[in-house]
Design a protein around this ligand. Sequence first.
Ligand code: AMP
Ligand code: MN
Ligand code: MN
Ligand code: MN
Length: 285
Amino acid sequence: MSVTTHPQLNADLHSHSTASDGTLAPATLARRAADHGVELWALTDHDDIGGLSEARDAARALGLRFVAGVEISVSFAAQTVHIVGLGVDPGSTVLQQGLRQIREGRDERARRMAGELEARLGLDGVYAGALRFAGNPALLSRTHFARYLVEQRICRQTHEVFARFLTPGKPGYVEHEWASLADALQWITAAGGVAVVAHPGRYRFTPAEEWALLERFKSLGGQAIEVVTGSHTAAQYRRYADTALEFGFHASRGSDFHSPDESACDLGRLPPLPADVVPVWELLH
Ligand code: AMP
Ligand code: MN
Ligand code: MN
Ligand code: MN
């Protein structure tokens, strides 16, 4: 694939399918991306690359340029950080084995979350209920619990479930150790991909911690950060464009689309990257 490098390209390099916590199948997402005018699309499921072959085939049939991606869960300075890998080879055994290793902890975590929520809410069957919402049982996530609690009318929206139960300090939140930053970078690099810090504006780091994350990421071979994403404000587009320039990172753009009913930002419906950054798609070929 040779990618046009113009900065106004309608690239959407962050999205989720039923292979993780999205509600649409990879082929349905490909169609939606094409319908929305996306010119370069990446599927980036959490910790799993099982949706990539369906996505690639569907994109090819639509004439949509496709980038194989993944979003890896990492623990850094007592928080969870997401590192996106773009242009990864799904056949890489290093990547496959690394992802299998971090997926393994999810089931026990989910059972603990279910126990906490049951005790708190006087419910039972929460684990089985969440599992019904998971397209990939190896990837049971907080999002599936949120959907189940909405179905059970405990909350009206998934965002409310996160705010009340599923975020640090809340009763259904279970601490978990994900991959190290070094591991994630190693897996992405071994698979020939470009590593991108996902939605940097979403973490609750102090300025010193954020700086440490970006420095370490860079020293490990990380090359890009998300600047325009569904979870940044307009002020954060500018702020992280400046961060990209300061650190010499390429800039990425991606909706982080999960579902037509839940996601504020749909596929391909983001503002363009600020004109002074270097787009990450210059590194994809
Ligand atoms: P997990 O990998 O199980 O920790 O789930 C993480 C996912 O939960 C993220 O990728 C988002 O899709 C979702 N999520 C996290 N925080 C929120 C929030 N405040 N509102 C809605 N969804 C969220
Ligand atoms: Mn998600
Ligand atoms: Mn994320
Ligand atoms: Mn995501």
